[in-house]
Design a protein around this ligand. Structure first.
Ligand code: PLP
Length: 293
């Protein structure tokens, strides 16, 4: 529970992907609650191909020295030693991320063995609860990273919400045997299914991620019940990054006030947005990597 405290403090905030000290400073000035350091933005990972690994430790440390907000960094799925190196670097949170090339196609990191909190992506309630049982302190949607297309993130959060409603109604009906059935289907313990059904929400903070490019995208995901926003390629791939970063923070904070979201949307120029990719024609679907879902 100590590990989860940090994730709660990020609620209603925007975490921005950065690759340089300059970008991290722009993110901090724009009001990001945290920055996520990676070697390449997800859209550039797509272009570059090859193996995507954790970022240079020197860059992570330079960024930690130049901003006062918490610093996160990504490690490959299942790569225990990248995670341990990031923990030794004293980052505030580790993202075990499908944006990087998975190191183990069958196993995620057993996160209870780390003292640094870890965030994981999920496309469904089952996937989210498997990660929480492994020790994830925070969940985010996977979406389809690096596309500038928010459609997959919307699909993932709506699916999780539908599944939460379903298990909540099973719980309310008192049908324990049906919760046992769900736990077998989800491949998680009965205890975590019961706890989640009783809460009617994930037992950890749940953020949106994957394809968010505009203030309106952020506001929409907040309206679907997300606890906060991760923006990957959407800011520093746009040609109006400082303004857009501020606008996305504004829209995330005031997502339920349409005049504020309009004000935020007016701060950006659609001609400066990242061009984006159609999810249907992608060669690499990061969300599916190694995934048996
Ligand atoms: N997502 C990604 C990116 C994966 O690499 C994997 C593989 O383990 C999974 C999901 C599936 O994991 P699980 O079936 O344990 O949820």
């Amino acid at each position: 529970t100590l590990k989860r405290g940090f994730a709660h403090m990020l609620k209603n905030g925007v975490v921005m992907d950065v690759t340089t000290v300059e970008q991290a400073q722009i993110a901090e000035e724009a009001g990001a609650v945290s920055v996520m350091v990676l070697d390449k933005l997800p859209s550039d990972v797509r272009k570059a191909g090859g193996v995507a690994r954790t970022a240079s430790i020197r860059i992570i440390e330079d960024i930690m020295d130049s901003v006062t907000i918490p610093v996160m960094a990504k490690c490959r799925i299942g790569h225990v030693n990248e995670a341990l190196v990031l923990q030794e670097t004293d980052v505030d949170m580790i993202d075990e991320s499908e944006v990087l090339t998975p190191a183990d196609e069958l196993r995620h990191i057993w996160k209870w063995d780390l003292t640094t909190p870890v965030v994981n992506g999920a496309r469904s309630l089952a996937e989210a609860l498997r990660r929480v049982e492994e020790g994830a302190a925070m969940i985010r949607t996977k979406g389809e990273p690096g596309t500038g297309n928010v459609a997959e993130a919307i699909t993932h959060i709506k699916k999780v919400n539908d599944e939460l409603r379903a298990i909540k109604s099973i719980y309310d009906s008192g049908d324990n045997q049906d919760l046992v059935r769900m736990s077998r289907e989800f491949k998680v313990s009965y205890d975590i299914v019961e706890q989640t059904a009783k809460l009617g929400r994930l037992p950890v903070v749940n953020f949106a991620a994957g394809g968010i490019a505009t203030p309106a995208d952020a506001a929409y995901l907040m309206s679907l019940g997300c606890d906060g926003i991760f923006v990957g390629s959407g800011i520093f791939n746009a040609n109006d990054a400082p303004e857009r970063a501020r606008a996305i923070v504004l829209a995330t904070t005031f997502w339920d006030e349409t005049d504020k979201v309009k004000e935020a949307q007016k701060m950006i120029d659609e001609r400066q947005s990242m061009l984006g990719l159609d999810v249907k024609t992608l060669e690499l679907r990061m969300q599916d990597r190694g995934g048996s879902a």
